[in-house]
Unconditional design. Structure first.
Length: 762
């Protein structure tokens, strides 16, 4: 019997999901629900390579062992809100996967393979990347393909390209080079053929461009034929319809030596690779001219161009600051960067590459992301083009002193360019927005939105990232360490003047913490989503878990107000998901942490959870303070909602105690006829100090053995004053038997937190 359909809402779109328990990959038991979940959780990775590109999909509605459907045409049952495009000269009406909800819809269709074109619908005749498809003759020759990939990478880099690598998820490897969309497919393929012919002749005589196997003579095909107009290639992060649920996975070049097959990354193990960060993070910003035509883009380094940077030079002492020195590049491109600048006042810097320099504006309250908003922009001096890549610390005594981070970068397109009036579209890796920027007076400009993306994360929060448990502290220098706060995990949502507190389960608990809500001004941004932990601290700074939990159950405005004073809450923020409309989740941990310190500088009710380089020393201090443990975080790791990975590790302090068994609860279900949990105490001078219950650490045989041992002990009346849960199922014993218990900490009530049975004491 197929499961009943369910209806869900994704970013404001209503979707009907069917047959979620259908197995699509029988050999590994992958369900359709898992495929949909993978698409939705990783939409921020998918969409930059799918958006506005005519899409071909391959569907397996009955799983990969059933019939597949290859579709270029938009199905008749497609919801009206899903966009499509017709290409001149073709009858097909291609789907456009432009938002997260569309990925969910495609997952429901069991569209396992997503194949976008090499150009966008707006510039359909002009590719913005070129692809080299490297396939081995046999599976045993994958090492040869790896060697070929390194050879081709070196050759392409010498021509000025920036190559990006991914597994195909089938047999071989794909190398992409982003290019400026200024040349036609015909021009691109002609240049590509000459490039490959020269490469084969000089570096790789074991390769060929011959498509027909009979003409290859055991040579490896250097396949460039996906670059013709209308052709497609499987998208980065797309599944493949092959056994094992392989994924076409972007990888770092220094990983290639460890990759043993094209299908190495699958739906079952992909989170380990994703935890390493996004290898294609700077894809759009790396577009280059086609080398044969590069001279068409070149600009002349004139004294007039250099004069534009005179003001920049005059304001800086390059013996003190590491900012780039003034120079004019050899070629004109249309790149942009948005930087968060923690100078005398926290602000954003927008820079547009134009005629050899970067037109620059300081924007005090961030670029707007909603059509009804306008923001002040202060025109500053032109900056050198190398500033596109600058982030770091400018000495405090220098002009603009403070730390700077790259928030977004990519390419932009002019919509209109007039003196004092600019309209343009920013195409970043994780951000897309069109603006009208016009001068009002002197150096003051106004920035308004022409078109903006749907920022769904504010209304549809992801699940919080999780950590793997570990007993030892990682010694690798790419980890830093934090206190593991013992409180309530929350998302803090900032939208203009409003602050909301959302619990891990998705419940709005803002009303329980009025002092936190009133501390909105501690965040020096307009919008944002932050991950943190609310705690109540004692005088020594140690979290009191029971006190913060009691705040959650406090009702009534007056009672809540009194609790806000007697049990003051502090929220430790340790991560950011969105900052002023910019997705942060796939940025490295260390960059996210630096941004946190800049946007929450006051740190009264909201504090940034401090990081430490010496994990051993931190753990020792936490242990001595009787606190829960530490978190070790990979500085390069992204934030993965709802996922566990070695990007975050939790190392808990565990103590041991010898306790006396004073009773047990009767087991139910699988434990019927045995104990459910043991009641524990310490007996000091005939006084019983109750420690709570332990219900974990047992296997089936241990449970049976404990039950047999306890049967011989006399049953007594309740020996303690404390009220307990499951009183009706508890049996109290006149026991002298002692046991070893491992536990995390003592609760304020004196009971053990997270107790685990370790065996009978000698």
């Amino acid at each position: 019997m197929p499961s009943k359909p369910i209806f869900t809402e994704i970013d404001g779109r209503r979707l009907k999901l069917t047959n979620l328990d259908k197995i699509l990959y029988p050999s590994v038991g992958v369900l359709k629900a898992e495929v949909i979940n993978f698409y939705l959780e990783n939409a921020a990775l998918f969409l930059p390579y799918l958006k506005d590109r005519p899409l071909t999909v391959i569907r397996w509605p009955d799983g990969i062992e059933g019939k597949k459907f290859y579709s270029k045409n938009k199905p008749k049952w497609t919801p009206k809100w899903i966009p499509s495009v017709q290409i001149p000269g073709e009858d097909n009406n291609y789907l456009l996967a432009n938002e997260r909800a569309i990925l969910g819809w495609l997952g429901n269709l069991a569209a396992l393979e997503l194949h976008p074109m090499g150009s966008t619908s707006q510039q359909i005749d002009h590719p913005d990347h070129l692809i080299f498809d490297l396939d081995p003759l046999t599976s045993n020759e994958f090492p040869v393909i790896k060697e070929l990939a390194f050879l081709l990478k070196e050759y392409l880099e010498k021509l000025g390209y920036v190559p990006f690598l991914k597994t195909s998820g089938s047999k071989g490897l794909h190398i992409y080079i982003p290019i400026e969309p200024k040349w036609t497919f015909k021009e691109a393929i002609e240049s590509l053929k000459k490039l490959c012919q020269n490469f084969i002749q000089s570096k790789a005589p074991h390769c060929t461009l011959a498509v027909h196997k009979g003409k290859r003579k055991d040579k490896i095909l250097l396949d460039i034929y996906r670059n013709y107009r209308g052709n497609t290639c499987v998208a980065p992060y797309s599944l493949r319809g092959k056994a094992g649920a392989p994924i076409s996975t972007p990888i770092f070049w220094d990983q290639l030596a460890e990759v043993n097959s094209s299908g190495q990354f699958t739906l079952r193990n992909i989170k380990v690779q994703l935890a390493k960060g996004d290898p294609w993070e700077n894809f759009k910003n790396s577009a280059r001219p086609i080398h044969d035509y590069a001279d068409r883009s070149k600009i002349v380094s004139t004294s007039a161009s250099l004069e534009k940077l005179d003001q920049y030079n005059a304001k800086r002492d390059f013996t003190k600051t590491k900012e780039p020195t003034a120079e004019i590049p050899n070629e004109a491109q249309q790149r942009f960067v948005i930087q968060l600048h923690d100078a005398s006042n926290l602000h954003y810097d927008l820079r547009l590459e134009s005629e050899g320099t970067l037109l620059s504006w300081a924007i005090p309250k961030a670029l707007p992301t909603k059509k009804d908003k306008a923001r002040l922009a202060i025109r500053t001096e032109d900056h050198p083009v190398k500033y596109l890549d600058f982030e770091g610390i400018i000495p405090k005594e220098e002009y603009g002193g403070g730390e700077m981070w790259i928030i977004e970068r990519g390419r932009y397109e002019w919509i209109e360019k007039k003196e004092g009036k600019l309209k343009f579209k920013l195409n970043g890796d994780k951000f897309e927005c069109s603006y009208n920027l016009f001068k009002t007076k002197n150096n003051q400009w106004l920035c308004k939105v022409l078109s903006a993306p749907v920022l769904s994360v504010y209304a549809n929060l992801p699940q919080p990232m999780l950590a793997n448990a570990r007993k030892t502290i990682p010694k690798a220098t790419h980890y830093h360490h934090e206190i593991k706060w013992d409180g309530i995990r929350v998302f803090i949502i900032i939208e203009e003047e409003d602050l909301k507190i959302i619990s891990r389960s998705g419940r709005d608990i803002t009303k329980h913490f009025p002092k936190l809500r009133a501390a909105r001004e501690e965040f020096e941004i307009e919008e944002g989503v932050f991950d943190g932990e609310i705690v109540v601290l004692d005088e020594s700074g140690k979290p009191l878990f029971s006190e913060v939990i009691s705040r959650m159950h406090t009702t009534g405005e007056n009672t809540i107000a009194r609790a806000s004073i007697s049990k003051r809450a502090t929220c430790y923020i340790f991560d950011c998901l969105v900052v002023d409309g910019h997705q942060m989740m796939y940025r490295p941990q260390e960059r996210r942490y630096g941004i946190l310190r800049a946007v929450i500088p006051k740190m009264k009710y909201f504090r940034v959870s401090e990081v430490f380089e010496d994990g051993e020393a931190l753990f020792k201090g936490i242990q001595e303070a009787g606190m829960e443990g530490i978190m070790s975080k990979d500085k390069k790791a992204p934030y993965f909602p709802g996922k566990r990975s070695d990007g975050w590790l939790k190392i808990k302090v565990r103590s041991e105690i010898v306790a006396t068994v004073i009773g047990y609860t009767k087991g139910q279900g699988a434990r019927s006829g045995m104990i459910g949990a043991l009641h524990l105490a310490q007996i000091k001078e005939e006084k019983i100090v109750y420690l709570g219950k332990v219900g974990t650490g047992f296997d089936h045989s241990t449970l049976q053995a404990i039950m047999e041992k306890l049967k011989s002990i006399a049953v007594i009346s309740k020996p303690i004053k404390e009220d307990i849960e499951e009183a009706s199922r508890t049996v109290w014993l006149d026991s002298k038997f002692k046991c070893n218990i491992e536990y995390a900490s003592l609760a304020s009530t004196g009971t053990l937190r997270e107790p685990v049975w370790k065996g009978w004491a000698d």
